[in-house]
Design a binder for this molecule. Structure first.
Ligand code: SF4
Length: 297
């Protein structure tokens, strides 16, 4: 059972230092997709909820945004610590309300979701310049997906991605998190390459409470992979990721796709083949970029 509360917040736009947007927007606190590997579950510490992550949801209400035009040209990223199209959005419509408030402001919209509920707002989304919608897809195996999250099936996400792309909206396939030995990156790219503009790769990080959850899961369901997981997550080896990086680079070359560390997909024509962006170890990349370091491969 999900505990739902409606709350008042002072503001809905948060200045962001994420590489994906100037502002992050989270119309909810918590996320009922309840992914086992959720990086956002640290948010629970900042709530008064005793329920486990995935079993509570605060529905935000915020004051009217005065002069939304002042955000013109800025990129707003919807969904850094929640899914803006969690199933409760169907009832509360807070994401939809915000899109309506921002219509005509000239902001660049970037939405990240695991739900095809986003299709409800397709006309609204289309009215924003340079909008893009990303779907998290880290497997084509529905049984593994069901073990990991309570969101809609992979097939429904793929169908939604196709529909948005056919409607002229830029789409991203966010292959994240990549589970060593489980996520078949090449197969996913092959499946989505005709219906997305960007493929974004992120490795599985294991930290906090969910490290034990994932390691226990691997021990139970994929015991043959346990030595590999220990090598990566106990011994700190990067060999798996370095090898995967080389494999993807070769696949990309064979398929005529660009493979890089920086996302320039917005500069490409809509019907250009998707760009593949490697986001492995992005926290280090971010630090290095802040210091003026080079992030290109
Ligand atoms: S959809 Fe995203 S925010 Fe929601 S539980 Fe999954 S990883 Fe966390």
């Amino acid at each position: 059972m999900v505990v739902i509360k409606e709350i008042e917040t002072r503001s809905i736009l948060t200045k962001s230092n994420l590489p994906v947007g100037d502002y992050s927007v989270n119309p909810y606190v918590g996320c009922t997709h309840a992914c086992k590997y959720c990086y956002a579950s640290f948010m629970k510490r900042f709530t008064n909820h005793a329920e486990p992550w995935g079993e509570f949801l605060d529905v935000k209400h915020w004051p009217e945004i005065k002069n939304p035009q002042k955000y013109c040209g800025k990129e707003l990223f919807f969904g850094s610590v929640t899914d803006p199209y969690n199933p409760q959005e169907e009832i509360y419509q807070r994401t939809r309300a915000l899109l309506k408030q921002l219509q005509g402001s000239g902001i660049k919209l970037s939405i990240q979701t695991k739900s095809d509920l986003v299709l409800r707002d397709i006309d609204l989304i289309k009215s924003f310049p340079d909008a893009r919608v990303g779907f998290s897809i880290n497997t084509l195996d529905e049984a593994f997906k069901d073990d990991m999250d309570k969101a809609v099936s992979i097939e429904r996400r793929l169908a939604a991605m196709r529909e948005l792309h056919d409607a002229g909206i830029r789409t991203t396939c966010f292959i994240s998190p990549i589970f060593p030995g489980i996520t078949d990156v090449s197969a996913i790219i092959d499946r989505v390459k005709e219906q997305c503009n960007l493929v974004w790769l992120e490795n599985l990080n294991l930290r906090d409470g969910y490290k034990a959850v994932i390691m226990d899961y691997i021990a139970e369901k994929y015991p043959n992979l346990l030595p590999l997981y220990r090598e990566i997550y106990t011994d700190g080896s990067r060999l798996y990721w370095e090898t995967l990086d080389r494999i993807i680079r070769t696949c990309a070359e064979k398929s005529g796709l660009e493979y890089m560390w920086d996302d320039d997909s917005m500069e490409k024509p809509f019907d250009a083949p998707p760009v593949i962006v490697n986001f492995f170890y992005h926290e280090e990349i971010k630090k290095s970029a802040k210091k003026g370091g080079k992030t290109n491969a």
